[in-house]
Design a protein. Structure first.
Length: 328
């Protein structure tokens, strides 16, 4: 799966492309920092305008809005460009995978679900990596940039439970985010979600294989097809039930997540020691830090699918190598 980074043909795409994607993501995060500062200045201006009529001019108001449009325009242009490039990057990663599979397909074609693994699983692998890979890197970059900002904004204001401790807001975000993530990882492990996803793909592959054979072989019994579809139905129903239990915990936590920053800032808001602009900056920075630390939580269903695909492709490659060794 990772020959893309070691094969001479793909070295430029693999390493130069990775560097370009990382640099683009870093620029996006830096622009996001600028936008966070804009929110503080803008809401302070709004508070000033609402407290005293004509305290600001209409020109100042429009200028503030246009400054946001400028930052947002740059952000959108970079985000769209890096998304387009990442799609090409990951397709070439898939191409590097399937070229090797094609080269050894004589040994692979007798393996259960070989066609599905080469065609469908490589598509899934590249698409999920596109979703998760850039998001993971961006989450790390956001933490690097926004944790110091959150620390600076929280100095000198009282935080619920932590009082005037300068690390209270950051600690609250860490405890809430990591605690929730660990809870859902444990819940996913107890419910065996990775295993159920793997079993589901395996049953679907067996069902599709018999349907393909039945297109050309009229001796295939309908009863055999029905039996395989019954296996598919059973595993899907079990999957729905397991995800029902998982989503109860996941969705309840994410709903409670909306109030977490406001709970921690409660004493500061009631005491009136922060302006509207500073409060907005803190809440947005807190949300960015919290969201980055909750990466595994929010992406958990997709991560489960990726782990299942990885498991299938890894098993497939091991079987090819074993078959190749036997032939040799």
């Amino acid at each position: 799966m990772f020959r893309f980074f070691t094969t001479r043909k793909w070295l430029i795409w693999a390493w130069l492309g990775s560097g370009l994607i990382l640099a683009s993501l870093w620029i996006q995060v830096m622009i996001d920092v600028e936008i966070n500062e804009w929110f503080g200045e803008f809401y302070d201006m709004i508070q000033k305008a609402l407290a005293s009529p004509n305290a600001i001019t209409l020109e100042e108001y429009w200028a503030s809005l246009f400054s946001f449009i400028y930052l947002a325009g740059i952000y959108v242009a970079i985000a769209v460009s890096v998304s387009y490039f990442t799609a090409h990057f990951l397709f070439r990663w898939r191409q590097a995978m399937v070229e090797w599979y094609h080269a050894v397909y004589d040994q692979a074609r007798h393996i259960e679900g070989a066609a599905q693994r080469v065609q469908e699983d490589t598509i899934k692998f590249s698409r999920i990596m596109e979703q998760l890979g850039t998001s993971l890197i961006e989450s790390i970059m956001v933490l690097v940039q926004f944790v110091p900002i959150l620390f600076g904004l929280s100095l000198g204001i009282p935080i619920f439970f932590f009082g005037d401790w300068p690390y209270g807001l950051i600690t609250g975000a860490i405890v809430w985010s990591i605690g929730g993530t660990l809870f859902l990882i444990l819940l996913g492990w107890v419910l065996r979600l990775v295993g159920i996803e793997y079993d589901l793909q395996k049953k679907e592959a067996a069902y599709r294989k018999i349907l393909v054979i039945a297109e050309d072989d009229e001796t295939i019994r309908p009863k055999r097809i029905d039996e395989l579809f019954e296996d598919v139905r059973s595993i899907h129903y079990l999957s729905y039930l397991r995800y029902l239990y998982f989503n109860i915990g996941r969705i309840a936590y994410l709903q409670a997540n909306v109030l977490s920053a406001y709970v921690l800032l409660g004493p500061a808001i009631v005491a009136g020691v922060v302006t509207l602009g500073v409060m907005q900056q803190i809440i947005r920075a807190f949300g960015r830090v919290e969201g980055s630390m909750q990466y595994l939580l929010k992406a958990w269903p997709t991560i489960i699918e990726l782990l299942s695909v990885y498991k299938r492709l890894r098993e497939f490659e091991r079987q090819i190598l074993v078959s190749d060794s036997a032939v040799a």
